[in-house]
Design a protein around this ligand. Structure first.
Ligand code: 26Y
Length: 876
């Protein structure tokens, strides 16, 4: 680091100021005497980027020279968030810039607020990819990220006066993105539609073949007479002999060639985002593809004067990467989405193959030089695409191509929800990428043949092709058949893959399946987002924990009264920061945040995640408060129940849930009879940057999905790292968190995965009695307490009549857990300090080393990718 700063960075205040002002004037075309905060942000970011570019080039050059095996992380989503502060922290230049900016009267924190989130993802899966890049760079792995440059990222969420979600486009490129580098030199053609022409290359040959012939006894060679069934002959004269006979055969002179023709072509253009490792010279690359028209426009139409026609092709091409699909966990089978996926893998593979060919290695060595990790099935068309390249461009035989392809891919599954498993109808896929459909059929044929004898009863389930209701390609099956490894993202989830949805595949390929529990980067999710707590930790055990989380375990002996008091001081800062954000965005005032329990649930809105359970509990608590006297209320635990999250625009029930939360909030927050005892907040537009404010402020975080449904969850890890205490079900990573931090640090409740089916049965059996508090909460909604009854009937009916996610069963257990939470929150020591709670919060935080994405990435590297660090050396 020392060498790095002195070789590359002019970090004295004067040079930094000069650099910022140069960017204001020369790059952004403004006067250095009058520029606004937004320009200040852009100029600062460009100045920081200057520090990264040389390192980034050196890293690429070094990887090129050393030619190690490389990892390509293919993900159709990267939920990066902001980069200014994280890049400064990585390069160890935050203090220098803070100082430089302050000399011209600017505060880094304010400037940083100008950055629009790079929200090229929906939620967990996309954010995981972003954490992984951070760890790959920090661990100095020879890794690349590939993704799409959507012009519109995850939609902006507003809440209407009536409490409904309103979606607005997220044009994040409004002010340009200072981090990306447009690569005019990296551009590929991507083809769609058209048809496949086969060219058979055959010639006829006379071949000798074993056959039966009838020969007249005593006749030597030559006189061969055909034998006709039933022909009468004297057995003594004739004999049936087996011998070689000549036959005319058509043989392949060369493999059949396939030509994909009459395609519609567009360009993929590269935009590179350098990803700096933390305190290292390694800066890796995230390459995002954007679609562009191949011919600017149709000149014939233009000359005829039909400008609309002339522009149509251009617009169609640009549409492909225009917008991120805002569905998480619901597959709609849309043509444009399929085109996005193929566009993405075609461009990425052309780039990867070009890099490979540059090494001069023989094609058979491809698996020695590269491994591609598929983040869910979204990039799985890369499999038939690689086959197509090996067959049609490299002219390998099918067996040779298949041999190579099977060693180049690994697949991560992120969900067991059947509605999220991708399937493409044969009809659609055959139209958009006809050659790939052929290849998939051939792969499936080979696979079916290979298992026909051993697993005759399972063929229909194992097949890559689904026959009914419409013929469709099952992308997960294709991924599993091809991949070297298949992983789930938490221990329970991997277990469920093996025993439920992929049970039959596990029988066929027992060694393919493994677990790699998710992780999050402590650099963004502690060091960056919770500076006061990070500093408190560093004051005890130094700063090594930023790259070696385990070091935080050394804090345990330091947890005394003084330390706990300091912990609460950091928490007050975080809670006040969140209170200010809430005030700004919703107008709700929170008083005395020290005393108020911040109870937080933030994530995508989904029935299985059960925001429903939480809001019903909130209603029950409110109804209870209304029965108390002011004196009784004064003694209660003060709390804020906080929600944030987006609903997929087409997800009716999720949107109803948001509306219910908002309507309950407006009744509760305006009820003066309960004073400050309960506040309910829905903060609009949850994203990475608001998460960085919310997470450090949570006293309790809700991880309450129906057991068996949340593959892992990653926000649970971020909250615990920041000293939030988990209230959770026996699901996903919650279970492993408990194992690491100790049960005393958690509030776990509810049915376990294996009890869910039985619970559902009991729930609708005769004589089942719903918890009376739940019944009252439902009655309150039906009675119109929170607005017109009809608005919420679908929500209430789902709980009353189907309750697919067993809300009723878990409700009393959940209430009991919260009663314990309240009791514990009210407990203080003789000095008025929440000592026990503080200790548990700190223990939660310092025992989270397993959930650093550094650990996840080391696991992937060792168990799947078989790659090693490639550390860019310090310049001499
Ligand atoms: C098919 C398409 C509509 C689709 C798009 C996005 C399907 C799924 C998704 C996103 C899934 C996702 O984010 N899954 C989450 O992945 C996290 C990282 O592994 C897990 O922690 C989390 O439990 C899981 O829901």
């Amino acid at each position: 680091l020392f060498a790095m700063r002195h070789r590359f960075l002019e970090t004295d205040t004067k040079s930094l100021l000069q650099s910022i002002c140069d960017h204001v004037e020369l790059r952004l075309g403004r006067s250095k005497w009058s520029f606004n905060k937004q320009i200040a942000y852009s100029a600062t970011a460009l100045s920081v980027r200057d520090h990264m570019i040389e390192l980034w080039n050196d890293t690429n050059k070094y990887f090129h020279e050393r030619n190690p095996k490389r990892l390509y992380y293919l993900s159709i989503e990267f939920l990066i968030g902001r980069l200014l502060r994280s890049n400064m922290l990585s390069l160890a230049i935050e203090a220098d810039y803070t100082k430089a900016l302050s000399q011209i009267g600017l505060h880094l924190e304010e400037i940083a607020e100008e950055e629009l989130d790079m929200a090229l993802g929906n939620g967990g899966l996309g954010r995981l990819a972003a954490c992984f890049l951070d760890s790959m760079a920090t661990l100095r792995l020879p890794a690349w990220g590939y993704g799409l440059r959507y012009q519109y990222g995850m939609f902006k969420q507003r809440v209407s006066k009536e409490g409904d979600q309103v979606e607005l486009p997220d044009y994040w490129l409004e002010n340009g993105c200072p981090w990306e580098i447009k690569r005019l030199d990296v551009r590929y053609t991507v083809r769609f539609y058209g048809h496949v022409r086969e060219e058979k290359h055959t010639r006829t040959e006379i071949r000798m073949k074993k056959g039966k012939i009838l020969r007249r006894r005593g006749v030597n060679r030559g006189e061969l007479l055909p034998y006709t069934d039933g022909q009468s002959f004297n057995e003594n004269d004739w004999q049936l002999l087996e011998m070689e006979v000549p036959e005319e055969v058509e043989i392949e002179a060369a493999p059949t060639e396939y030509f994909w023709e009459n395609t519609e072509d567009i360009y993929a253009c590269a935009f590179d985002v350098p990803i700096a490792g933390y305190h290292t010279l390694n800066v890796i690359n995230l390459r995002l593809w954007q679609s562009m028209p191949k011919t600017e426009f149709d000149f014939n139409s233009f000359n005829r004067g039909s400008y609309d026609d002339a522009m149509r092709a251009k617009q169609a091409a640009e549409t492909i990467t225009q917008v991120l699909y805002p569905n998480d966990s619901f597959e709609a089978g849309k043509e444009l989405r399929l085109k996005q996926q193929y566009f993405f893998v075609s461009a990425s593979l052309q780039d990867i193959m070009r890099r490979f060919r540059n090494t001069g290695m023989p094609i058979q060595d491809l698996p020695k030089q590269c491994i591609m990790q598929c983040n869910d099935t979204h990039p799985v068309l890369a499999i038939p695409e690689l086959m197509r390249i090996l067959l049609d461009d490299e002219h390998l035989t099918f067996d040779e191509a298949w041999e190579i392809t099977q060693k180049c891919f690994a697949y991560t599954n992120h969900t067991v929800l059947p509605e999220a498993l991708e399937k493409w109808s044969v009809d659609l896929l055959g139209r958009v990428v006809p050659r790939h459909l052929q290849i998939i059929y051939q792969i499936n044929w080979l696979f079916m043949e290979s298992i026909r004898d051993q697993f005759p009863d399972d063929l229909a389930d194992l097949s890559i092709i689904e026959e009914t209701p419409v013929k469709a390609i099952r992308m997960a099956n294709l991924a599993i058949v091809t991949s070297i490894k298949v992983n789930g993202v938490a221990a329970l989830h991997t277990q469920l893959l093996k025993t439920t949805i992929f049970r039959k595949f596990f029988k066929v390929f027992p060694k393919k399946f493994l677990n790699v529990t998710n992780g999050v980067t402590q650099r963004r999710w502690l060091l960056e987002c919770n500076t006061p707590l990070g500093q408190l930790y560093s004051s005890k055990v130094g700063t090594k924990w930023a790259t070696a989380y385990k070091v935080l375990r050394q804090i345990e002996p330091h947890i005394d009264d003084a330390f706990i008091t300091q912990f609460w001081d950091t928490r007050r800062i975080a809670k006040e920061r969140l209170a200010a954000l809430i005030k700004k965005e919703t107008g709700i005032t929170l008083n005395n945040v020290d005393e108020m329990l911040f109870d937080v649930q933030v994530k995508r809105i989904h029935e299985y995640k059960r925001q429903s359970l939480n809001i019903l509990r909130a209603i029950a608590e409110y109804l209870n408060l209304r029965t108390l006297t002011p004196a009784q209320i004064a003694k209660k635990c003060k709390k804020m129940i906080f929600f944030a999250g987006k609903a997929a625009p087409g997800y009716y029930m999720a949107k109803k849930t948001i509306k219910l939360i908002n309507c309950v909030a407006s009744v509760v927050n305006n009820d003066e009879t309960i004073g400050d005892a309960l506040k309910i907040v829905f903060l609009p537009n949850y994203n990475v940057s608001s998460a960085q404010v919310i997470i450090p402020a949570a006293d309790i975080h809700e991880q309450i999905s129906t057991a068996g449904y949340e593959a892992s969850g990653t926000s649970c890890m971020k909250f615990c790292m920041n000293g939030g205490i988990i209230i959770g079900t026996w699901d996903g990573a919650n279970i492993e968190i408990l194992e690491e931090i100790g049960a005393e640090q958690t509030y776990m409740f509810g049915l376990k995965t294996e009890q869910i089916d039985e619970g559902r049965k009991q729930r609708f059996a005769n004589g089942y009695k719903m918890d009376s508090r739940l019944e009252e909460a439902l009655l309150a909604i039906e009675g119109g307490l929170f607005g017109p009854k009809h608005e919420f009937m679908p929500f209430v009916d789902a709980i009353r009549h189907s309750d697919n996610y067993v809300v009723a069963n878990d409700f009393p257990l959940y209430m009991a857990a919260h009663e314990q939470v309240e009791k514990d929150w009210l407990e203080k020591n003789a000095h008025g300090v929440r000592e026990k709670w503080g200790r548990r919060a700190i223990l939660s935080s310092i025992r989270m080393d397993k959930f650093s994405s550094d650990r996840s990435i080391i696991d992937y590297s060792e168990k799947i990718w078989k790659i090693k660090p490639c550390m860019v050396p310090a310049p001499i």
